[in-house]
Design a protein around this ligand. Structure first.
Ligand code: GAR
Length: 207
């Protein structure tokens, strides 16, 4: 049974998609052992409560230094014996101590087709605003391993979504979630749980 720790900052619909996939047995051999929110008011905390999942809020600003914050996150994940960390709408840039501790064991969902519309400053609705501003016809979502380069780690899975003429950022965000994010995130976790992801340099081979 793969023990998963989920990191969130907000609503947690991707977190919910993982819960739903586990409960409907589409996602097997996986257990969410903890939810960590960077925000005490995140609705994701309510979702955890409803499904009896251990949940805590760990905030960077409560620590004197970034290193102490990372150490606290590492300690928490270790105490829950986490084997895979899933960033599901986590809006904090995480430091190298944490990334090294869980090398090739942290995945992130990003709401665009990386390497477009990603990196510092591209998160949440801002991504979809930039997509519409640029006028691209196709966008989508990406799940990738997390490295020290923001949104720059090995790409695991992507799914395209068509941009419609009259889309607002909110409508596009909703469709990217429904048509891509909620599908590929549980799918990647399933592959990880069954040891089917092999990282070779910047490439991920699905075995
Ligand atoms: C999702 O669209 C996720 O891809 C995005 O934030 C949203 C969180 O929604 N993540 C990023 O932008 C990370 N750079 P959720 O809390 O409902 O899952």
């Amino acid at each position: 049974m793969l023990k998963v720790g989920v990191l969130v900052s907000g609503g947690g619909t991707n977190f919910q998609a993982i819960i739903n996939a586990i409960e409907s047995e589409k996602l097997k051999d996986t257990k969410i052992v903890t939810l960590v929110s960077s925000n005490p008011n995140a609705y994701a905390l309510e979702r955890a409560k409803k499904h009896n999942i251990d949940a805590v809020c760990i905030r960077k600003k409560d620590y004197e230094t970034d290193i102490l914050y990372q150490k606290s996150l590492i300690e928490h994940m270790r105490s829950k014996q986490v084997e895979l960390v899933v960033m599901a709408g986590f809006m904090v840039v995480i430091g190298s101590l944490f990334i090294k501790e869980f090398e090739n064991k942290i995945i992130n969902i990003h709401p665009s087709l990386i390497p477009s519309f990603c990196g510092n400053g591209y998160y949440g609705l801002k991504v979809h605003e930039a997509v519409l501003e640029k006028g691209v016809k196709v966008t989508g979502a990406t799940v990738h391993f997390v490295t020290e380069e923001t949104d720059g780690g090995p790409i695991i899975m992507q799914k395209p979504v068509t941009v419609l003429e009259d889309d607002t950022p909110e409508q596009l965000q909703k469709r990217v979630m429904e048509e891509a994010e909620w599908e590929i995130l549980p799918n990647v976790i399933q592959l990880f749980a069954h040891n089917r992801l092999k990282v070779i340099g910047n490439h991920v081979k699905i075995l």
